[in-house]
Design a binder for this molecule. Structure first.
Ligand SMILES: C[S@@+](CC[C@H](N)C(=O)[O-])C[C@H]1O[C@@H](n2cnc3c(N)ncnc32)[C@H](O)[C@@H]1O
Length: 302
C-alpha cells in the first residue's frame, strides 16, 4: 500500500451519514449497557458457566466527528474497530478504571477516551498532529453533558519523542500542572495502533518508558485487529504487523521479568455495534514487581 492510497475503516462502511464537502461526517455511536450476572445461570454441556446478559434501558450516546476515507497518515481521523473493542472492555471492567489517572496513546477521534472518562478521574487523550488533535478536541466538546469536560485533556504525544511528555507552550502542549498530575498515572490504553512496524517499535518503547518513569503505572491495555496478507513466497496468509508487535512484546518481556505480557479473553459483552471478529485481540502489559512469576501468558479461551 502507498502512502497516497485511501483507506476506509470497517466501522464506517455502513455509515449512513453523508460526509460534508471536506469528507467529514458526524456519527452517533450508542453503547447499549449490558449487565452480566451468573445468578441461576447454570452450566453448559462443556461445564462452563452460562453468562446471563440483560440490557439496561439506558445507553451511552456519543457523537463523533470523523473522516470517511483518508490517506494512511490521517487514519486517526476515522474510528477503528479497536477503539470499540477497548471501549467495550472498559465498560465491562469498570473497576479497573474507576478513580484512575489514565493516558490513551494514539487516541484518534477520542471515542475510547470519552468512554474511559466515565470512570477515570483524569484522562490524557493523546495523539500527534494538529489535524487529529483538533478533531479529538471538538469531539470532547460535542459530548459535554455525557462527560465532565475537565476530565479529558487532549494533549500532543509523539511516540518518536523520547522526552515526551514534557512541558510545552505549543497547541495541545503539556502544562506544568499536567506533568505534576502525571505522577499519579495508573493505566495506559491504546487501540488499533499496530499497523506499521516503524510506529509499533516506537509505540512499545514509549509504553516501556512511561511505565518505568511513572512508578504507579502498572498496566497497559492494547486492543488491535490483525490484518492479513497473502504472500506468494510463503503461499500462506500472514499478519506481519501483528507478528512484529509480538516480536516487540518478546523484547519488552526480555529476560528480567520486569514486564509481564498477557493476552486477555474478549468474551465480554458487545455494547457498541460492530463486528467483533476472531482477528481482534486484547493484550495487557503489566509491570511486575515480584519475581519468579510465570511471566509470558497467553490465554486460550478467546
Ligand atoms: C488506526 S488509528 C487508531 C485511532 C483510534 N485509537 C481508533 O482506534 O479509532 C492509529 C493512531 O495512532 C496515531 N499515531 C501514529 N503514529 C503515532 C506517533 N508516532 N505518535 C503518536 N500517535 C501516533 C495516529 O495518529 C492515529 O490516531
Amino acid at each position: 500500500m502507498n502512502d497516497s492510497d485511501l483507506v476506509l475503516s470497517d466501522v464506517h462502511v455502513r455509515c449512513t451519514e453523508k460526509p460534508n464537502e471536506r469528507g467529514v461526517a458526524v456519527t452517533r455511536f450508542v453503547a447499549k449497557i449490558i449487565e452480566e450476572s451468573d445468578d441461576d445461570a447454570g452450566i453448559d454441556e462443556d461445564g462452563d458457566t452460562i453468562v446471563k446478559r440483560r440490557q439496561r434501558g439506558e445507553g451511552i450516546p456519543l457523537v463523533i466527528e470523523h473522516a470517511m476515507a483518508t490517506r494512511l497518515k490521517d487514519v486517526g481521523q476515522q474510528v477503528w474497530n479497536g477503539a470499540l473493542l477497548m471501549a467495550d472492555f472498559i465498560l465491562s471492567n469498570k473497576d479497573l478504571f474507576i478513580g484512575t489517572c489514565a493516558i490513551e496513546l494514539g487516541a484518534g477521534t477520542g471515542l475510547t477516551s470519552l468512554v474511559l472518562s466515565r470512570y477515570a478521574d483524569l484522562v490524557f487523550c493523546t495523539d500527534v498532529g494538529d489535524g487529529v488533535l483538533s478533531c479529538c478536541q471538538r469531539n470532547v466538546e460535542r459530548n459535554i453533558g455525557e462527560i465532565d469536560a475537565g476530565i479529558i485533556q487532549v494533549r500532543a504525544l509523539n511516540w518518536a519523542d523520547p522526552d515526551a511528555p514534557e512541558g510545552s507552550p505549543s497547541s495541545f502542549g503539556w502544562t506544568a500542572a499536567d506533568i505534576d498530575r502525571l505522577e499519579d498515572l495508573d493505566v495506559i490504553v491504546a487501540a488499533d495502533v499496530i499497523y506499521n512496524d516503524y510506529f509499533t517499535e516506537m509505540f512499545v518503547n514509549k509504553v516501556r518508558s512511561l511505565m518505568l518513569r511513572y512508578r504507579k503505572c502498572k498496566r497497559c491495555y492494547v486492543a488491535l485487529e490483525k490484518r492479513y496478507n497473502f504472500t506468494i513466497s510463503k503461499l500462506d496468509t500472514v499478519a506481519p504487523a501483528f507478528d512484529y508487535f509480538k516480536h516487540c512484546l518478546d523484547d519488552l518481556h526480555g529476560n528480567d521479568d520486569t514486564f509481564v505480557i498477557e493476552r486477555l479473553p474478549i468474551g465480554f459483552s458487545s455494547m457498541f455495534a460492530y463486528e467483533r471478529s476472531h482477528d481482534m485481540e486484547l493484550w495487557c502489559v503489566y509491570r511486575n514487581e515480584s519475581e519468579g512469576v510465570d511471566s509470558r501468558r497467553e490465554v486460550s479461551d478467546v
